[in-house]
Unconditional design. Structure first.
Length: 397
């Protein structure tokens, strides 16, 4: 079983909201304070309190500096070195340093500098370090195997930063959230901070709907804003997922076509697969008034979706189509090269529990049959028999 953490960023995300959501879900505050003490001996403490945001209650975590330490690390090298010297686990150090490297990358891109030359004017303070290290430590204490997230509400309007007033999301946050789905529901606040964006973009495996899981714990982490429209809260869902399956989300594009030359479909399918489609199918259907037509269905991940939809418009007579996000459940599989008496063949191996299925790659068998001038059915039969003998039966000896 895998333990999954899912962040619902309907009102943005920040470092302190992540900590608040974890504490609300059961992470002991004493553990966080002990972690901070292992990194910064004295002068820093975390405080947790229940607060209301709208009609909902969440947990607000604050970093208390008393007396205020003078420590301020202004470049990437000093921050990485500081974390590296802390009395922390190796994995905690590595992940925390990776988050700051990503932060430095975002700062560098916004100023046209390499990460090592960036001056952390606003992101090198103790509170940022505590947020990052505390979040990673929290994931470890909660025994989280994978982190997933919704699309992120970034807010809108303007935010005052060290270099002046900039539109939301700020320049660093924009670079950190590249290739991640974002939106705004009209709230004129900076709902997503660079620290929150860096933590999530570094550790999250996917961004989309809630993955299939057996829900165990929930938590609400409170932000600083009192907003009437949407409570300034970050929701954390924690649950278990069967690890014998692979879960992901893809998009299904469908359109009905009744006036396209059928000779075009072969080239269309080739182009769609080249663009990044996972699969393309054609289904004969009967439309209104008894008209025969084709249902074109394309399955694709998010990245090539725009290119694929443009291709459908460009190369078919369709004037519109339906797009829906669907959950996909797959058994674990891998591909290996296998030497048979006929030659090398790729073999697709899939696993379910203790069961194993191995199937030879059709194209490889077809190529062997053509080269050896043998019937394809004979090549397939022999290769399948050898796979069954050497791979499947060997597993049970």
């Amino acid at each position: 079983m895998k333990k999954i953490a899912y962040f619902d960023c309907f009102s943005g995300i920040s470092g302190d909201m992540i900590l608040g959501a974890m504490v609300d879900a059961g992470l002991p505050l004493s553990f966080l304070n002990q972690t901070v003490l292992s990194l910064i001996p004295g002068g820093v403490k975390l405080r947790a309190r229940k607060v209301k945001r709208g009609h909902l209650q969440g947990t607000k975590v604050d970093v208390i500096l008393s007396p205020s330490p003078s420590l301020r690390l202004k470049n990437l090298t000093s921050i990485l070195g500081f974390i590296g010297k802390g009395r922390l686990s190796p994995s905690l150090k590595t992940k925390s340093q990776a988050i700051f490297q990503r932060l430095a990358g975002g700062e560098g891109k916004s100023h046209g500098l390499n990460p090592e030359s960036v001056s952390f004017e606003e992101l090198g303070g103790i509170d940022t370090i505590v947020d990052v290290v505390g979040a990673v430590a929290g994931f470890e204490w909660l025994k989280i195997d994978e982190v997933h997230s919704s699309a992120i509400n970034v807010g809108e309007g303007f935010v005052q930063i060290h270099h002046g007033k900039f539109p939301v999301p700020g320049p660093v946050t924009v670079h950190l959230l590249k290739n991640i789905p974002i939106y705004s529901n009209g709230i004129k606040k900076e709902l997503t901070t660079p620290t929150g964006a860096a933590i999530l973009s570094t550790l999250a495996s996917s961004f989309g709907s809630i993955p299939l899981l057996k829900l165990q714990k929930t938590g609400l982490g409170a932000g600083d804003f009192m907003i009437e429209e949407t409570p300034n809260l970050l929701r954390l869902l924690i649950g278990e997922q069967e690890d014998q399956f692979i879960h992901d989300q893809i998009y299904q594009i469908e359109t009905h076509i009744d006036d396209l030359n059928p000779q075009i479909y072969e080239t269309l399918i080739e182009h769609l697969l080249h663009d990044g489609a996972l699969d393309v199918t054609l289904t004969p259907i009967i439309m209104k008034k008894g008209r025969p037509a084709i249902l074109l269905t394309v399955l694709a991940p998010l990245e090539p979706l725009t290119k694929i939809t443009e291709r459908v418009f460009k190369e078919t007579t369709s004037l519109g189509f339906r797009i829906q996000k669907i959950n996909r459940l797959m058994v674990k599989r891998k591909e290996e090269r296998f030497k048979t008496s006929r030659g090398w063949v790729r073999v697709k191996k899939s696993f379910l529990g203790k069961g194993l299925r191995a199937v030879p790659e059709y194209e490889d068998c077809k190529l062997i049959a053509e080269k050896q001038k043998e019937p394809l059915k004979d090549v397939l039969k022999q290769v399948e028999a050898e796979i069954n003998q050497k791979i499947i039966k060997k597993r049970w000896k």
